[in-house]
Ligand binder design. Structure first.
Ligand SMILES: NC(=O)c1ccc[n+]([C@@H]2O[C@H](COP(=O)([O-])OP(=O)(O)OC[C@H]3O[C@@H](n4cnc5c(N)ncnc54)[C@H](O)[C@@H]3O)[C@@H](O)[C@H]2O)c1
Length: 311
């Protein structure tokens, strides 16, 4: 059995990952500042440290452990919010990564897996879709994307210079049971679903023709585990965690309306700073390198999420 650090375990992705690692009998240490996550989300049985991953005082408390791998999932996760306070965004998403990489270097932890984002790509020409990791020059449109891209480069250098096995997972739009339905600034599916359930009205900030790549939470957790197993010392894996399927914003809205079967009104108005018009990603590199395969279709995933949300 192994010892893992999972940051962001009070949030959507981190809690599910920590839960799965615990169930397999591993020791799991968690860090979270509870900025968007809740204590109730942290699975029972982890050793929880409350604080910011970028703070030296928190890092100092982690020196007593010898981790087999660090899963750095914590971070503020919205391009829109990164415009409110770009300095905080840098601290939470990038400085935290550097601090934890230094921890690995100094304590001999040989594996570091990172929650990056499709936001690093910025706008990609539709002829290049589904986007592949190596075929476009990432040009982020938000401070959030810049911070994630910088983190990826730190991981690359720690692999090349210090031999740590690192992996940056470019996560596309994650959805599924457990996503926060009270935070209306994070997560396209959860925002629309919460609006529909609370007000019978969905307000979409932007065009109905925008498109995304929705990836189900269980597939994402499996990607973290599988990619970690395949990470090799001295190598930085840079992999999309995506379905490869293009789904329009209007299809998300229609899916919610048809599942809820109610009179829900929809308004398309406004915009979000740093929003990408449309992107979907090729999972081919992850599939070829690690055998990870996204399994849950959008329709099935939406049914699961909606039944979870209404019960
Ligand atoms: N959800 C998505 O669609 C998506 C897509 C791309 C990338 N990501 C990335 O995946 C990660 C997890 O996303 P999520 O949807 O679970 O978000 P989330 O907000 O549910 O979880 C993030 C967790 O990190 C904690 N946190 C934030 N900053 C912290 C800090 N500096 N120190 C310690 N804890 C901190 C929060 O309190 C929260 O519990 C994030 O890094 C995000 O950028 C998510």
């Amino acid at each position: 059995m192994k010892t893992y650090l999972v940051t962001g375990a009070a949030g959507f992705v981190g809690s599910k990952l920590a839960e799965k690692l615990l169930k397999a009998g591993n020791t799991v240490v968690t860090v979270d500042n509870l900025s968007t996550g809740t204590v109730e989300n942290i699975p029972d049985g982890t050793r929880f440290i409350h604080g910011n991953c970028q703070d030296q005082s928190v890092i100092d408390r982690l020196y007593s452990w010898k981790f087999d791998a660090v899963f750095h999932v914590a971070g503020q996760s919205s391009g829109e919010i990164s415009y409110d306070d770009p300095v905080y965004d840098l601290q939470t998403n990038t400085q935290s990564t550097l601090q934890l990489l230094q921890l690995c270097l100094k304590t001999g932890c040989k594996k570091f897996i990172y929650a990056s984002s499709m936001s690093v790509y910025g706008d990609v020409d539709e002829s290049k879709m589904p986007v592949k990791e190596s075929e476009v020059m990432p040009t982020p449109k938000s401070f959030y994307g810049v911070g994630k891209l910088a983190s990826e480069h730190y991981l690359r250098i720690y692999a090349e210079q210090f031999g740590i096995a690192t992996a940056s997972l470019r996560l596309f739009n994650i959805y599924g049971p457990g996503q926060n339905l009270t935070n209306l600034r994070q997560g396209m599916v959860s925002i629309f679903l919460a609006q529909a359930l609370n007000n019978g009205h969905i307000h979409v900030k932007g065009s109905a023709d925008r498109y995304r790549d929705f990836i189900y939470i269980d597939d994402v957790v499996e990607a973290f585990e599988t990619i970690a197993e395949n990470a090799r010392e001295g190598e930085h894996l840079l992999l999309n965690v995506s379905s490869g399927v293009k789904t329009k914003v209007s299809e998300v809205v229609e899916s919610i309306i048809s599942e809820l079967g109610q009179n829900i009104t929809v308004q398309y108005e406004g915009s979000t700073p740093g929003d990408q018009f449309g992107i979907y990603g090729s999972p081919e590199a992850a599939v070829n390198k690690t055998n990870w395969l996204p399994k849950v279709s959008f329709n099935e995933g939406m049914k699961n999420m909606i039944s979870w949300a209404i019960c």
